[in-house]
Write a protein that binds this ligand. Structure first.
Ligand code: ZN
Ligand code: ZN
Length: 245
């Protein structure tokens, strides 16, 4: 659901418990200019660093949260458990896990999906583009919850590129349908192979998560969201997951 509050606009899933903060930002009401306009959270995309810092400060003050932990995302299957990681090291990977309250974990996207998992003890936030999904980031994280005897009550699948917009190579479409053993995850439109990443994520989560909530917005169809396929010089949305207690 799109929410306008305190001068920004963000996406919020409905149906989560009260002790969970889950948001995904949109482009609106930030400080970044021109192609980054305006609520960009990516420091790595050549935007003005001071503007990005102001965007973070605005978000922190609106939601009354401390420093948001993010990582250098590399489209891998690596998920980092912050509770046994040295905070001084730079974090590289595509997923964050914690069981600590009041520790906001952030994932940046612009066409890839963010997937948030909320267990009885742990929470996880994942950057899910095709490479991470193909190499098993979801399975790795589900295994972590299982090893910790933590049942995943909720998953939130964020905005991402839709099945009508995501043109991929024939090779990639076939690779995925072989992996998932489901031919309906892509379709042909003219000569174009259209891949349904959202459906792939849902198939991988079913049987492991009690409630799957979707923020069903396409980043390329909706120009209030950043899309790398619309323009490769662009900003990044931030998805934040935190438990209050
Ligand atoms: Zn990505
Ligand atoms: Zn679309």
């Amino acid at each position: 659901m799109l929410v306008a509050k305190n001068g920004i606009m963000y996406l919020k899933p409905y149906g989560l418990p009260e002790n969970i903060l889950s948001i995904t930002t949109t482009r609106h009401a930030g400080f970044s200019k021109s192609e980054y306009a305006s609520l960009n959270f990516g420091f790595h995309v050549d935007d003005n660093v001071l503007d990005v810092e102001k965007n973070y400060a605005k978000l922190r003050s609106i939601f009354n949260i401390d420093n948001i932990v993010t990582l250098t995302q590399i489209h891998s299957n690596i998920t980092i458990n912050l509770d046994n990681t040295d905070k001084s090291t730079s974090l590289v990977g595509d997923g964050l896990i914690t069981r600590k309250p009041r520790l906001p974990i952030g994932i940046m996207t612009a066409d890839c999906f963010n997937v948030q998992l909320i267990g009885g003890k742990n929470i996880a936030n994942l950057h899910c583009g095709w490479k991470s999904i193909y190499s098993g980031i979801l399975e790795n994280t589900l295994k972590f919850f299982d090893n910790n005897k933590d049942i995943i009550e909720y998953a939130v699948i964020g905005p991402g590129i839709c099945e009508n917009c995501y043109v991929v190579s024939k090779d990639l479409a076939i690779k995925f349908s072989d992996l998932i053993k489901n031919k309906s995850i892509f379709r042909l439109k003219g000569d174009n192979y259209l891949l349904n990443l959202r459906k792939i994520i849902k198939l991988k989560l079913e049987n492991f998560v009690n409630n799957v909530i979707e923020l069903n917005y396409c980043t390329l169809c909706n120009d209030f969201l950043y899309s790398y396929r619309r323009s490769n010089k662009t900003g990044r949305m931030l998805s934040i997951l935190m438990k209050y207690e």
